[in-house]
Design a protein around this ligand. Structure first.
Ligand code: NAP
Length: 299
């Protein structure tokens, strides 16, 4: 059993830390705002008073924060991981960030005497709660194999996809596919409603054919009920589509549908929907067609 520091107990980090504690590891959590420790403490973990304290005794340091600058801060700040972790500790970054940032942070971790892998996840809040995440892992083979039992505690499909940063490249592709899929399910729903079709029945039959997908399965309820509690926030998906469009541009790869859906995600955010689940792309489709009640939430 390992001593694990877990930094970032948000929608994803909290249930993941709970699974590690339930599996018998000593989990020391650190969260910027102090109201997030309840589930971890109930599972036998404990709260640290600072980031430096959380990582000081850890064999493994898990990070699950929103964006590239956040991971940079957690690692490189004065009270951060690189300054306070034990030599040889293994950093597992579960956050979804830019592949180039993941590569350069892994180099800096190595220079500081640590090891680091990128292990972004897919499967949403439900996947985290059920411990069935898909985890795309970049890093040195030996480090990935050492991390594998922990990764398999929070996930079901764990695949080593290449050297440092590769996990983030695969995650960017994942976010491209998911965004496009949500947008098309939303367009199909508004189209079906315009014809007065029984949409729940339509979703049942669509789900059984080639149009079926995890997105349709997991997001149809949100869309049919117009209930957009996150989940995965539009703000975060906007961040991910920024990552994939700029990485594609750097590689000289053209992703026309990706570019359109990135703009639609940006529009949803600009319309005040950034805090809603990404299934709220539906609201943008409704706005374009002059349908539904798409006034800002709370109005
Ligand atoms: P979240 O609920 O917003 O949680 C983020 C956590 O990071 C919070 O605990 C927050 O602390 C902390 N944090 C934010 N900025 C920080 C900083 N600069 N330094 C230290 N801690 C900081 O986000 P989430 O949905 O769990 O997402 C986390 C990551 O997982 C993101 O990269 C996201 O893209 C990825 N992801 C999310 C999902 C999903 O369905 N939600 C699915 C797959 C991947 P406070 O409590 O103080 O704000």
């Amino acid at each position: 059993m390992s001593t694990i520091a877990f930094i970032g107990l948000g929608i994803m980090g909290s249930p993941m830390a709970v699974h590690l504690a339930t599996a018998g590891h000593q989990v020391v959590g650190f969260n910027r705002s102090p109201d997030a420790y309840g589930p971890l403490e109930e599972a036998g973990g404990r709260a640290a008073g600072s980031l430096a304290e959380a990582v000081a005794e850890a064999d493994v340091i898990c990070v699950m924060v929103p964006d590239s600058p956040d991971v940079e801060q957690v690692l490189t700040a004065e009270d951060g991981v690189l300054a306070h972790a034990r030599p040889g500790a293994l950093v597992i970054d579960f956050s979804s960030i830019r592949p180039d940032v993941a590569r350069s942070l892994a180099e800096r971790a190595t220079e500081a005497g640590l090891r680091m892998i990128d292990a972004p996840v897919s499967g949403g809040q439900k996947g985290a709660v059920d411990a069935v995440l898909s985890i795309m892992v970049g890093g040195e083979e030996a480090d990935v194999e050492e991390a594998r039992p922990l990764l398999e505690t929070v996930g079901r499909t764990v695949v080593h996809v290449g050297p440092a940063g590769s996990g983030q490249t695969v995650k960017a592709a994942n976010q491209l596919i998911v965004a496009g899929n949500i947008q098309l399910v939303a367009e199909a729903l508004v189209f079906l409603e315009a014809y007065g079709v029984d949409t729940a029945a339509a979703m049942d039959v669509l789900g059984g054919g080639l149009a079926g997908s995890k997105v349709l399965e997991q997001k149809r309820g949100n869309m049919l009920d117009r209930s957009f509690e996150p989940g995965f926030r539009i703000d975060l998906h906007h961040k991910d589509l920024g990552i994939v469009t700029s990485a594609a541009r750097e590689a000289g790869v053209v992703i026309p549908l990706g570019a359109v859906v990135a703009q639609l995600m940006a529009s949803a955010r600009a319309q005040g929907d950034g805090g809603l689940d990404h299934s709220a792309l539906l609201r943008g489709v409704e706005r374009l067609s002059g349908r539904g009640d798409t006034s800002p939430e709370g109005d």
